[in-house]
Design a protein around this ligand. Structure first.
Ligand code: ASN
Length: 347
C-alpha cells in the first residue's frame, strides 16, 4: 500500500458534543477547534501524546442534527470525497439524534472507501460535568488512525459499530448506540483501538473507492415515505401517501417476520405504486431479526405487490438506500436488484 498521509481530518458538524448554553437552551457552539484543543490538555500526557495528528474543520453552520436533511448528507459525503486522498482517515462529529441516518447515507455514498470514516457525538457537551464528549472524540481518533478499518463506522462509548447498521437506542445513557443485527467491529481496551478480526467489510466492498455522489436535492424535499403499520390502519391513508407524485419510494414497517394485513385495498395501493416504478421495501417493527416476506399467507400479498424485502436492515439504512438509489438514473429493475444486493454490509 502506498504511504498514507500523516494526519486525520476532524469535521465538526454540530450536535450536543459541541453545544453551549444559549438563551433558549443548548445550541451548537462555534470555535470548536479551540475548545477541543483545550479539553485535550486535560488528558494524561501519555494518552495525549499517543493520539494521532489531526486537523479540524467546521461546517459553515453547525446544527442540531434534528435539522439535518439528505442534502446535508450529500454535502458531507462530497466534503470527505474531496479531501479523501489528503488525510489518512476522517472523524465526523455529529449530533446523536440523526447520527445513524448520516452514517448510513455516507456508507452508500462513499462506497469502496479505503480508509476509516468514524462518526461520533456525545450525550453531554464537551466540558459539562461527566461529559462523554472527550472520551468519544479520543476513541474515534484512535479508530480513525487504523488503516485496517476501511468503511464508515460509528464510535460511541468505547465500541465501534458498522455505520450502516447502527441505531440510537437510548435517550440519555452514554452507551446510546447499538447495531442490532451486526456484531461490533471493534472496542477500546486500555485506551487502545482494537479491531476485531474478520468483522470488517469483505472485498470488494472496501479498499477501492467508487464513490456515488448523487444529487439528493434534485429528488425534492421528501422523496421517500416511512409508513409504520398499526392494527386497523385504514388503507386509504397508505394510498394517499403513495399516490402523491412527490413520493418515489417508501419504507413499510410491517410485523414480525414479514406480516401485513391481507387487505385487498391496502395491497392494491402497494401494487399500484410498484407498477408506477415506485420503490417499496419492508422491514420488521421488531428490532431484532430478519424478515422473510411470503412465509405467511398474510404476508405473501406484500411480495405479490412487488414490495422488496429489507431483510434485517435498519430503518435508517433502508431510507437512506432508497434515497440513494432513487437519485441515480437507473432503470427500475436495476434499482430493485441493487436494493436487494448488499452494497456496504447493510444486509
Ligand atoms: N439534539 C442533539 C443532536 O442530535 C442530541 C445529541 O447530540 N446528543 O444534535
Amino acid at each position: 500500500m502506498s504511504q498514507l498521509p500523516p494526519s486525520l481530518l476532524v469535521i465538526y458538524t454540530g450536535g450536543t458534543l459541541g453545544m453551549v448554553e444559549g438563551a433558549r437552551g443548548l445550541e451548537p457552539g462555534r470555535d470548536f477547534s479551540q475548545r477541543l484543543q483545550q479539553a485535550l490538555q486535560s488528558l494524561p500526557p501519555a494518552r495525549r501524546e499517543s493520539l494521532p495528528d489531526f486537523e479540524i474543520m467546521e461546517t459553515s453552520r453547525p446544527i442540531d442534527s434534528s435539522g439535518a436533511t439528505p442534502g446535508d448528507w450529500q454535502d458531507l459525503a462530497r466534503l470527505v470525497a474531496s479531501q479523501h486522498t489528503r488525510y489518512r482517515g476522517f472523524v465526523i462529529l455529529h449530533g446523536t439524534d440523526t447520527l445513524a441516518w448520516t452514517a448510513s447515507s455516507l456508507a452508500f455514498q462513499l462506497q469502496g472507501i479505503d480508509r476509516p470514516v468514524v462518526v461520533t457525538g456525545a450525550m453531554r457537551p464537551l466540558g459539562a460535568p461527566s461529559s462523554d464528549a472527550l472520551d468519544n472524540v479520543e476513541d474515534a481518533l484512535r479508530f480513525a488512525a487504523q488503516p485496517g478499518l476501511q468503511e464508515v463506522a460509528v464510535c460511541f462509548a468505547g465500541k465501534l459499530l458498522r455505520g450502516v447498521r447502527a441505531r440510537k437506542w437510548h435517550t440519555y445513557a452514554p452507551d446510546a448506540f447499538i447495531s442490532p443485527n451486526c456484531p461490533p467491529l471493534g472496542e477500546i481496551v486500555d485506551h487502545q483501538a482494537i479491531l476485531f478480526d474478520d468483522r470488517g467489510l469483505d472485498m470488494p466492498q472496501r479498499g477501492a473507492p467508487r464513490f456515488e455522489l448523487q444529487d439528493y436535492r434534485a429528488l425534492g424535499a421528501s422523496p421517500v415515505a416511512r409508513i409504520v403499520l398499526w392494527p386497523g390502519i385504514a388503507p386509504h391513508l397508505v394510498a394517499d401517501w403513495l399516490n402523491d407524485d412527490r413520493i418515489h419510494g417508501a419504507l413499510l414497517e410491517v410485523w414480525g417476520g414479514g406480516n401485513a394485513p391481507e387487505d385487498s385495498m391496502l395491497l392494491g395501493a402497494l401494487a399500484k405504486a410498484t407498477g408506477e416504478g415506485k420503490l417499496l421495501a419492508a422491514i420488521s417493527q421488531c428490532p431484532l431479526g430478519t424478515i422473510a416476506i411470503g412465509a405467511y399467507a398474510a404476508g405473501r400479498g406484500l411480495a405479490d405487490a412487488g414490495v422488496l424485502s429489507g431483510d434485517d436492515m435498519t430503518a435508517e439504512a433502508v431510507m437512506s438506500k432508497l434515497i440513494h438509489l432513487l437519485a441515480q438514473p437507473l432503470p427500475s429493475d436495476e434499482r430493485r436488484r441493487r436494493f436487494v444486493t448488499p452494497l456496504v454490509g447493510e444486509r
